[in-house]
Design a protein around this ligand. Structure first.
Ligand SMILES: Cc1cc2nc3c(=O)[nH]c(=O)nc-3n(C[C@H](O)[C@H](O)[C@H](O)COP(=O)(O)OP(=O)(O)OC[C@H]3O[C@@H](n4cnc5c(N)ncnc54)[C@H](O)[C@@H]3O)c2cc1C
Length: 187
């Protein structure tokens, strides 16, 4: 039976960085994850990487609007969410580098909902609100906290509230959701 001084459980950013550090110190450090689909953790498979890739498209659309008003003649013909999903999965695979793992498909519809309610007012909620709003879905944020981004400085919350107001995201703070109901009215 092989024996190790250190074994790291979980191949998310916390785990692989820890394993790397032990490796640098000369310890043979196995990195174990409970399934191939999970290697890379939430960050790579469902969190930071996919959301930032989605947001890049949203940012580009906002910039198109900006440059149109500066005289550039650009046409925007909507978003193919299926293609964006495929590109994002390809990116995840690419980042995976030499490590073998399987990618988990993103949970989403092929089409954008006409309207979207985001529950929560933290960073992840605000990112998703930005994404859906940029692609024309009527977007509301409902948060229990008295302001957006309650873990950040108040001036950051105020600045984001102004941006959301300008871009049409409706914000409800100090509010709780009593009931949810999804109507699959897509486009
Ligand atoms: C939508 C979204 C967007 C995000 N955006 C950002 C961002 O922009 N910036 C940022 O810094 N953070 C972001 N985060 C947070 C970030 O994803 C997490 O902070 C990060 O993934 C935590 O890393 P971790 O290694 O601690 O845990 P995880 O990423 O959760 O990894 C834990 C790993 O351990 C494995 N595991 C669990 N139990 C066992 C077991 N018993 N045996 C073996 N393996 C096990 C799991 O399979 C998993 O691979 C985001 C999160 C979400 C959900």
């Amino acid at each position: 039976m092989k024996q190790y001084e250190v074994v790291v459980l979980g191949a998310g950013p916390g785990g692989y960085q820890t394993a790397l550090e032990f490796g640098k110190l000369g310890a043979r450090t196995p990195l174990i994850d409970k399934s191939k689909e999970k290697v890379g953790g939430v960050c790579l498979n469902l969190g930071c990487v996919p959301t930032k890739n989605y947001l890049e498209s949203a940012v580009l659309v906002s910039r198109l609007e900006h440059f149109k008003s500066s005289g550039l003649r650009l046409d925007y013909n909507g978003l193919n969410l299926g293609t964006l999903k495929e590109k994002t999965s390809a990116l995840i695979t690419e980042i995976r580098g030499g490590v073998l793992w399987m990618k988990k498909p993103l949970r989403s519809t092929e089409r954008l909902l006409v309207s979207k309610a985001i529950v929560g007012a933290g960073a992840i909620a605000c990112e998703f609100a930005t994404f859906f709003n940029s692609f024309g879905a009527r977007t509301i944020i409902v948060g229990r906290s008295p302001r957006l981004l309650p873990n950040e400085d108040e001036d950051v919350s105020k600045a984001l509230a102004r941006v959301f107001k300008r871009s049409g995201v409706e914000v409800f703070t100090s509010a709780t959701v009593a009931q949810t109901k999804t109507e699959w009215n897509c486009r």
